[in-house]
Design a binder for this molecule. Structure first.
Ligand SMILES: Nc1ncnc2c1ncn2[C@@H]1O[C@H](COP(=O)(O)OP(=O)(O)OP(=O)(O)O)[C@@H](O)[C@H]1O
Ligand SMILES: N[C@@H](CCO)C(=O)O
Length: 311
């Protein structure tokens, strides 16, 4: 049996629409992500369990994890013995935490290990991105690669091996608050402008390249000072109840950055101290999330997708 965990991630990371993403590790040691378990069986079977399993279609053929298994058997490992695939769906759907990417990454990584197909990093990332594209309305890697590789990744087709890890300040804390309602990624993409002006395109390129260079030269405070999303946040904020109030209130509590995680509705902050992160988390718990929501103070998950059990 192979059991693989894949962490939640913050897509876009404010300055890198579709191109930058970070994997999350709650500081209380809990796991925030999906788990795929592959074991030998008489014939292929699929089970979806976990807190959010009931939010997914009951028909296995509509579950991305099962679709990954069907694809893997047909195109990657036709000789793989029959398996039971269990997806432990621990992340809410349409959360902005890279939920579908988590299921896809955990499943392909577990199948690759079980079948000993030893796909290369690029082969696996391409496979994973194909499936992420099916549901999100656009091919992008900013949940896939941080989820798979860990850390903060600048990522896309132009980038050698699809992804390059960027350093962050070890002292930074990230507060991720899921408000408890869903926002469909395809819908959150449909409100974005189809084209950027020349000015906006140049500014986006400047901001992302400067941010990356500043991180690589350890000028972390300068990097934080330009960490702003002009591409997606202005159009998506009206879709997320409470976001504008949070953005207005959290800086006074010590948030250096307040932005939307992925397509939303999860909000994230970057804080320089644990004290500031705790104050932000408390405010968010009282003012942003409902009974179905949750809030975690996190560091980056530098391990990415990993095996929990091998039997
Ligand atoms: N294993 C799965 N995990 C998540 N979504 C799945 C899965 N299988 C099928 N789906 C379907 O894919 C769609 C995912 O929608 P969407 O892209 O909005 O969510 P998401 O990937 O969970 O969002 P986000 O990346 O913002 O966390 C939903 O319609 C959901 O029912
Ligand atoms: N970069 C993507 C992340 C969501 O999956 C977006 O913002 O639409």
């Amino acid at each position: 049996m192979i059991e693989v965990y894949a962490p939640a991630s913050i897509g876009n990371f404010a300055v890198g629409f579709d191109a930058l993403g970070a994997a999350l590790a709650p500081i209380d040691g809990s796991l925030l992500g999906d788990v795929a378990v592959v074991s030998a069986a008489q014939s292929d079977e699929f089970v979806c369990s976990g807190e959010y399993a009931h939010k997914l279609p009951s028909d296995a053929s509509e579950n991305l994890a099962y679709q990954c298994l069907v694809h893997f058997r047909a195109h990657v490992a036709p000789d793989m013995p029959s398996v039971k695939l269990e997806l432990k769906k621990n992340l809410p759907i349409g959360s902005g935490l890279g939920s579908s990417a988590c299921s896809v990454v955990a499943t392909f990584a577990a199948l690759d290990k079980f079948a000993q197909t030893n796909l290369s990093q690029v082969e696996l990332i391409e496979l994973m991105a194909d499936f992420e594209a099916i549901v999100s309305g656009g091919r992008h890697y900013d949940n896939i690669t941080p989820c798979y590789l860990g850390g903060l990744q600048i990522t896309g087709d132009l980038i050698p091996d699809k992804s390059i890890a960027l350093p962050v300040d070890e002292n930074w804390y990230y507060v991720a608050a899921f408000p408890g309602f869903s926002l469909n990624t395809a819908k959150a993409r449909s409100v974005l402008p189809k084209e950027l002006s020349m000015h906006a395109g140049v500014e986006f390129a400047q901001r992302l390249s400067a941010f990356s260079s500043l991180l690589l030269t350890q000028r972390f405070d300068d990097a934080l000072s330009i960490m702003q999303d002009d591409i997606a946040e202005p159009y998506r904020a009206p879709l997320i109840a409470g976001f504008s109030e949070a953005k207005a209130n959290l800086p006074a509590l010590g948030a250096e950055v307040v932005s939307i995680s992925g397509a939303g509705p999860t909000l994230f902050t970057v804080c320089k101290t644990l004290e500031a992160a705790e104050k932000c988390a408390q405010w968010l718990a009282q003012n942003y999330i409902n009974e179905q929501g949750f809030c975690h103070i996190c560091k980056l998950d530098n391990d990415g997708t990993r095996q929990l059990t091998v039997l």
